[in-house]
Ligand binder design. Structure first.
Ligand SMILES: C[S@@+](CC[C@H](N)C(=O)[O-])C[C@H]1O[C@@H](n2cnc3c(N)ncnc32)[C@H](O)[C@@H]1O
Length: 394
């Protein structure tokens, strides 16, 4: 065989680069934060952003999907939709799942887990739906490859999401893996930490952009100051963790590293005094400082051991955010009434020129603040309906 012929054969044998289709995605979002996540997605430049209840639909190619996971501050996970079909019986479920070319997505040496949520449907047992889905997936892979993947509910390579609503079944891949609120900086938990995604939603609702100081006088484990620092320094919230899509067969290592490098280049150091946290609990403050250091803000976010009564923010204007205990987990109602009165007094007397925000799940207690809120936002902390109350402190 001459050299030219060998060259042609070699070229013909090289696999075609895989196309990078734009796929329908869904960012699952804590209720109340959907519009904020939609704005985040629009800023990332993704297409077809549509707000839905409990999340935001959008279209994403591979780079968009990686970017969404890396950068979204308020979403809890990003799902990639594979199929949607009517489903009122176990057979319809099995067939609908079996129709998907799972062998392109999962190899027999990989592990999988199936999450299920359902509402208003003929199939009512989420455990059964998850099991039937898993059966259809492993059967399809076995038929194509001769052996089947195993289940690993704790740390699977591929997490499949089944959502059944009014007898319509949506099958998705969970590209995030661990929920996106697990940023990787929280080393230990205090008694009542705010979820990272909720803290980010609160900061987004205040409109704070890092141009003025931000103070949290009841910072606990530091979630609000740390999320503020991530925002102001332009650090992607997902920089320190890994994601589900990194275990997928089509994972593009080169693309991912390029996105990480671009993001790292844009990170800015925070000015002294921009973000501060205070708390009367010294143990919580030790944790806050450790968490902030883990997040990369040692010497940039400052924490002070102080009771609310001693709090006085530095500077003429800024944003003060309080997340006081509200009786569900911490604190006794009588003491809390007293505390909420003091919050009102301190904001009025010591924070003139600032804008105050209080996040609470107890509207009765909020009345004791005694100031007129200029805006009220509804947010959910898990199942607890909360209010973020805004106070203009002239
Ligand atoms: C609901 S927790 C805040 C949780 C925090 N956002 C986090 O993510 O960890 C309320 C915090 O208020 C603090 N606290 C309660 N009364 C206080 C007071 N009078 N002065 C200062 N801090 C107080 C508690 O120590 C607790 O850390």
């Amino acid at each position: 065989m001459n050299a030219e012929k060998t060259h042609i054969l070699r070229r013909a044998a090289r696999p075609e680069p895989k196309p990078d289709p734009v796929r329908p995605c869904f960012a699952a979002v804590p209720r109340g934060a959907e519009e904020i996540t939609a704005a985040e997605l629009a800023r990332l430049g993704v297409q077809d952003v549509t707000v839905a209840k409990g999340g935001v639909a959008f279209a994403a190619d591979r780079a968009d999907l990686y970017r969404a996971n890396l950068w979204l501050r308020t979403a809890s996970r990003v799902l990639v939709k594979l199929a949607q079909f009517p489903c009122s019986s176990p057979d319809e479920l099995y067939q609908g799942v079996h129709n998907i070319a799972w062998h392109d997505l999962i190899t027999p040496t990989m592990t999988l887990a199936v999450d299920c949520s359902l509402r208003d449907s003929a199939l009512t047992h989420s455990g059964f739906v998850a099991l039937k889905t898993k059966d259809a997936i492993v059967d399809r892979v076995r038929e194509a490859c001769g052996s089947r993947p195993n289940v690993d509910t704790a740390g699977p390579d591929v997490r499949v999401n089944v959502h059944l609503l009014k007898n319509v079944c949506t099958i998705s891949l969970d590209s995030s893996g661990d929920p996106l609120d697990r940023r990787g900086y929280r080393l230990e938990r205090t008694e009542a930490p705010l979820r990272e995604t909720l803290a980010a939603a609160v900061i987004a609702l205040t409109g704070w952009d890092g141009a003025t100081p931000l103070a949290d006088p009841m910072c606990g484990s530091g979630t609000i100051p740390i999320e503020a620092a991530l925002l102001a320094s332009r650090t992607p919230p997902g920089l320190q963790r890994s994601f589900g899509f990194q275990r997928w067969p089509d994972f593009d290592d080169g693309l991912w590293n390029k996105l990480l490098k671009e993001a790292e280049k844009g990170i800015q150091r925070l000015p002294v005094g921009l973000v501060t946290g205070y708390d009367q609990d010294s143990k919580a403050l030790v944790l806050a400082a450790r968490n902030a250091a883990k997040a990369g803000f040692e010497g940039q976010v400052h924490f002070f051991h102080a009771a609310l009564e001693e709090f006085k923010p530095e500077g003429d204007a800024g944003v003060v955010i309080l997340n006081p205990p509200y009786g569900m987990r911490l604190g006794d109602e009588d003491d809390l009434r007293e505390l909420y009165c003091r919050i009102g007094d301190i904001m009025k007397q010591r924070c003139r020129g600032w804008t105050g925000y209080v996040l609470t799940g107890n509207l009765e207690l909020a009345k004791y603040i005694g100031l007129k809120a200029s805006r009220r936002f509804v947010l959910f902390n898990g199942a607890i309906e909360c209010r973020l109350l805004k106070y203009e402190l002239y």
